[in-house]
Design a protein. Structure first.
Length: 256
């Protein structure tokens, strides 16, 4: 998120994230709104209930300490860091032609990570449901991840698309693109199932970047940012990408 960081944010929050414009839209719709932006770049599931770094309180403290029954809406996206997507994408973008594929290098790790996420989410969601700050009838939105690549490029469809990673002249292989999208789809499925089981609303963003995937003329996602490989921008949404996600969140709330 780099240059879009909210000033002085240890967590590299950006005011372009769906949370900020959604809060503004809620205010314009007449809904009372007291906004707390607790997202933190790099956070994993366990950080929700523990201090991620010095000076950053556990995210669930917002629900515990905000006053009994005062919070009517919670939105969050979670799981990508648990599945090491940043590390995966860094390798996929910079691997040489003689290096093993992304799938070969990370398939076992990501499969194990997804299994852990599936186990951990119900515990997290129970913590949210029972937090004293949550109002009766409060809405909880679990916001899913967009696919990175256009499925029509990938096997078993046409597989001739050349896609620069943003790192020098390196390109993604078609098999790597397909595996990355498949991994995102699996994570989204886990998020959606856990949300349904908890009575939360899942916001499906799989096709949010349709027409603006990576390597299309105006992508809604940054490629690799060089120099250096910027953790907070590489493979995060662009400003229009956040707009696309925001539209789906607001639609889920009936304010879009």
């Amino acid at each position: 998120m780099g240059a879009d960081d909210v000033p002085r944010s240890l967590c590299h929050r950006t005011d372009k994230s769906y949370t900020v414009p959604t809060d503004m839209a809620l205010g314009q719709s007449g809904a009372a709104s007291e906004f707390n932006f607790a997202a933190c770049s790099g956070a994993v599931i366990k950080d929700f209930d523990s201090s991620q770094m010095t000076g950053v309180a556990p995210q669930i403290d917002v629900l515990r300490n905000g006053g009994a029954g005062r919070i009517g809406l919670v939105t969050f996206t979670i799981g990508g860091n648990d599945a090491n997507f940043a590390g995966v994408m860094k390798y996929c973008a910079t691997r040489g032609p003689k290096d093993e594929s992304c799938q070969d290098k990370f398939s076992k790790e990501v499969t194990a990570d997804l299994a852990s996420i599936k186990t951990e989410l119900p515990v997290l969601f129970d913590q949210i449901k029972t937090a004293p700050g949550l109002a009766p009838g409060a809405r909880v939105l679990v916001v899913g991840y967009p696919l990175f690549f256009d499925p029509q490029w990938l096997p078993p469809n046409a597989n001739t698309q050349t896609c620069l990673t943003g790192w020098l002249t390196y390109t993604f292989s078609n098999s790597d693109m397909a595996w990355i999208d498949t991994s995102i789809t699996k994570l989204d499925g886990i998020l959606g199932d856990a949300a349904a089981a908890a009575g939360f609303t899942y916001v499906d963003n799989a096709t949010a970047f349709n027409g603006h995937y990576l390597c299309e003329p105006k992508p809604d996602l940054h490629g690799a940012i060089w120099p250096p490989f910027a953790r907070y921008e590489s493979y995060h949404p662009t400003a229009p990408g956040y707009v696309a996600i925001t539209a789906r969140v607001e639609n889920a709330l009936g304010i879009g």
